[in-house]
Structures are given as structure tokens and as C-alpha cells.
Write a protein that binds this ligand. Structure first.
Ligand code: ATP
Length: 202
């Protein structure tokens, strides 16, 4: 799955709408300390459905919203839009005819996040699965945070396994299995209840 464009508005230090074209091949981001290089990577992780405030270097989810400077007021919302090429047809069926996908996430103070694919509202899970199936989710090994290598070395075996699963593209399957197991448990509880009712009647 190829990323072709990233647009940020009110996200961390990117208060004004900022568009970046992502060309094929390796992309490097250079600039002085504190200019926002890591914020760009965080924007990518965030739009793909990252939910851990820790992985976004913030205390709370709303910390991604521009918090203001001496001469600019804080914003009330942040939005990131990622355009991906859909020529490998990995999108959910209802979007799969589109040549490219505009995946967006917007957070508003006090109202949480809303996700869209090509302008249509979707669940966080739809976005997370879209990228997990493509082997490039928010926790993908393709995005290396500062300090992540030393974390990896010190990681417990099961956490290391999760990273390998993400790289192998099976993270989406794991999430689906978890969902199926929850549904199965719900069905078993219903069956138990039904049996109790039948026993009572009988
Ligand atoms: P370094 O090379 O030192 O790692 P960097 O280029 O990766 O730096 P970032 O860490 O991406 O820089 O950006 C840090 C800047 O973003 C800081 O100036 C910080 O004040 C600003 N920043 C982070 N969150 C917000 C926010 N919510 N609102 C406004 N500015 C923010």
C-alpha cells in the first residue's frame, strides 16, 4: 500500500494546513531540532488509528491538537488526511472500486475522534484493519520512533512477537479472531440462558 499524500491541519505544531506529497521510494525528513519531524510520523500513526497516547508522546488524546503559542491561540480540532494508492485493492469492498483512498481522522476537544474513508464515516476499527491487513498499521515496524530500538531490545518476547506479526500482516487476523471470540462468548451466554428458560418451562 503506497502513501501518496499527507495533509495536516491543527495537528501538534502544524497549525496551518500543510500538505506533503509522498513520492515513490525512500522519503527522508530533515530539519533543525524541534521543527516537527517526529510530529509528521506521529500524524501518520495517528491517522492510521493509533489509540495509545504514549505512542504519540502526549499525556491525553487531545494533546495532538495545536495548543497555541505566544502569538497564536490554541485550536479546537486537529485533522490529518492520508491519501493512499488503492491499486493493490486492499480496501474494504465498499471502497474497493476507488483508485485511491482519502483516509481522515479528526479530533475535536470534548468530542473525540471521527474517521472517514473517501468522505464516508467509518469506525476506528475499519481504518485500523485497512492498514493492518496491508501490513502497515499504526504500530508497523516501518515507522521507527525515537527510542524504539532500545525498547525493542528490552521488550518481552510476547511484545516482540506482536511486532513480527504486524510485519507479517497477520495483526488484522488476530484482531478479527478476538472479535469473533467475543461474539462466540456472547452466543454461549445466550444459549445458557435459553437452556435455563427451557428447564424452567419444562
Ligand atoms: P528533534 O530533532 O529534536 O527530535 P523534531 O523535528 O522531531 O525534533 P518534533 O518533536 O516533531 O520535532 O516537534 C516538537 C515541536 O512540536 C516542539 O516545538 C513542540 O512545542 C511542538 N508541539 C508538540 N505538540 C504540540 C501541540 N499540541 N501544539 C503546539 N505545538 C506542539
Amino acid at each position: 500500500m503506497k502513501f501518496t499524500q499527507l495533509r495536516l491541519t491543527g495537528f501538534k505544531s502544524f497549525v496551518d494546513p500543510t500538505e506533503l506529497r509522498i513520492d515513490p521510494g525512500l522519503t527522508g525528513v530533515i530539519g533543525p531540532n524541534g521543527c516537527g519531524k517526529s510530529n509528521l510520523l506521529e500524524a501518520l500513526r495517528w491517522v492510521m488509528g493509533a489509540t495509545s497516547a504514549k505512542s504519540l508522546r502526549g499525556g491525553g488524546m487531545e494533546d495532538v491538537i495545536f495548543s497555541g503559542t505566544d502569538n497564536r491561540p490554541a485550536r479546537n480540532h486537529a485533522e490529518v488526511l492520508l491519501t493512499v494508492d488503492n491499486s493493490d485493492k486492499l480496501a474494504p469492498a465498499r471502497f474497493n472500486d476507488a483508485a485511491s483512498l482519502d483516509v481522515s481522522r479528526r479530533i475535536t476537544r470534548g468530542a473525540g475522534s471521527a474517521y472517514k474513508i473517501n468522505g464516508e464515516e467509518v469506525r476506528a476499527k475499519d481504518v485500523q484493519l485497512l492498514f493492518a491487513d496491508a501490513g502497515t498499521g499504526a504500530n508497523s515496524a516501518a515507522l521507527v520512533r525515537q527510542g524504539q530500538i532500545s525498547e525493542l531490545i528490552a521488550a518481552k518476547p510476547e511484545n516482540r512477537r506482536r511486532i513480527l506479526e504486524e510485519a507479517a500482516g497477520v495483526a488484522g487476523l488476530r484482531a478479527r479472531r478476538h472479535e469473533a471470540e467475543l461474539r462466540l462468548r456472547g452466543a454461549e451466554t445466550n444459549l445458557d440462558r435459553l437452556q435455563e428458560v427451557i428447564d424452567e418451562i419444562g
